[in-house]
Design a protein. Sequence first.
Length: 723
Amino acid sequence: MECRLCSSGRTDVPIPRYDERADRPPIHHDSKPATMNTPTASLSVIGACPHDCPDTCSLVTTVVDGVATKVNGNPQHPQTGGVLCAKVSKYTERTYHEGRVLRPLKRVGPKGAGQFEPVSWDEALSDIAARLRAIAARDPQAILPYSYAGTMGFVQAESMDRRFFHQLGASLLDRTICASAGSEALLHTYGGKLGMRVQFFAESQLILIWGSNSITSNLHFWRYAQEAKRNGAKLICIDPRQSETAEKCHEHIQILPGTDAALALALMHELIVHDWLDHDYIAQHTLGWDALKARALEWPPERAASVCGITVEEICNLARDYGTTKPAAIRLNYGMQRAHGGGNAVRAVACLPALVGAWRHRAGGLLLSTSSTSPARRADLQMPQLLGARRPRTINMSTIGDALLHPGGAGFGPQVEALICYNSNPVAVAPESAKVAAGFAREDLFTVVLEHFMTDTADHADYVLPATTQLEHWDIHTTYGHTDVLLNRPAIAPQGQARSNAQIFRDLAAHMARHDAAFAAEHFRTSDEDLCRAATDANCVDFDTLLAQGFAVQNLPDAPFAKGGYATASGKCEFFSSALEKQGVSPLPDYVPNYETPTAAHPLAMISPPARNFMNSTFVNVQKLRQAEGRPTLEMHADDAAARQIADGDAVRVFNARGTHVCHASINGRARSGVVVGLGVWWRKDGANGTNVNELTHQQLTDMGRAPSFYDCAVQVERLSAA
């Protein structure tokens, strides 16, 4: 593995004053976890994977003498089946990592240089509270929380933190960076994030895996797909990249990025022309069929083939398979919605199961997300009533670069003066990261980061506060890939001086209460365990069941739309959405071209899916996973590489008008001609020139859902040096 300083080009970085290794074992226990009976106990503790993955696995952590020795999948949980991905199976390495932040840190050098010194919790919280009070006295909207899915748990992601910021009156955050385009598309088609129950894919006879590298991002679905395959099902992958999943399917349809809606409309065309339709289901359970039919007939296979960069035969064969095989199921994932027309694309694909009556079967239909089946009591956790009559502005997290550089005024409101970041690493993961880094580098921006490690974002903080990992705190989880609810118990005591996110905001409220009695209210003292109890509807999930086995199975129908019953206002699958029409958006699904199409200056489309061994920017610093991934790479088609005299392993410069990223070429057969694949998301400081692929992405938003268009990007590539 290359030296981080050498590989990043930063040879002049001073050694930080804070030595993380000073807090290594013997491990300091601030308190005994609730599950530990004696200091020398050997036990197994049931928990839940906290990461942004549809599988939401149940975990079993083995603890010996207070130390977590291994993490396994829970064999008693049907959805987990005792199996974990390679990433989470390394969770003890992450928890006991030598680079873990274990004490509050205060910046003592320039922003971004990573120079900090340890301070006490009281000193850090007192100063943070004082700074926030001073800013709030002018305008609390100048304070912005920034968080996403570093943990998906309700307690550590959206409970005490939301109460704190609601009481403060801070700006609201539009959390759009991953799923909001597809989520809004489902809302206007099905009435919510609803779909198949994942276990029934095992009974399907045809499975379309559309925009998903399931082997790396949805492992437990892949288990069901493999069972179906063994029983004779046909698996077809639709993806611009020859992914690990595509290699294992019977067919791979390698479309151009951002053209999914065109393909879906052409499939509808063929279903209509060949009368592979369920007319009764359409008549009883859909809305707007005549209008959608007219739209689809504008998309013969020849037109779509030209747009998608595939053959007419591929489209016709796919339509025949889908129209004549029952039950047929679609596993859709969020990759396809990360382009300008992403929302329309999801809408178009989501209409397909209703056309062929696939929803009649429990092994037919579509799954993108099941989040709307969650019994979470979000309002009880977040307490939006603390805002009172105030209506703070909302800032989109996907345009944080522009937001931090905005001087204020002109309808924007006050300039952002303080940012509290947790469960996210925006300097690495947000689009157009040169602007993001410049915004975080503002000396007049007061930044607090709750973290496990010194990420790119933590390097720019004024204070870094040590947060607990999943093995060290209480939390409760629902999921978007299955429908169970899971409880996470702390397996070990917090390492060093780490505190849970909820505890940090609880403590910060206590410091604010010294000058503002509103923060002294009882709801700022609710414990993490009690927040877990309050998180779910007791009519849907029994907390004693969660305590006893770590998970609870909801009582839901096997085939949610077999007899209609969609959650839309009409109760039908809405091909035509009046709600979208009122917003000035096309009420019918349509093909929306990408913002950026190839030009002479930037002739290559670029997508940037997560690397197999990372989860966005999480796990980048876990040694075994980092070694498996190697180094930042750009996958290229052999023809595109040859035209630029690039060989496998060569250092390359990838660039457009927004910036330059230096990495190494990988000519491994996965990229199609005209498309390059920048696997992400490495930390910027690991890049050869201090960047990652988000140096090249832009901040323009999707057609619906206000989401980023990460995979809607044009670049040029040139050779720098030989391998």
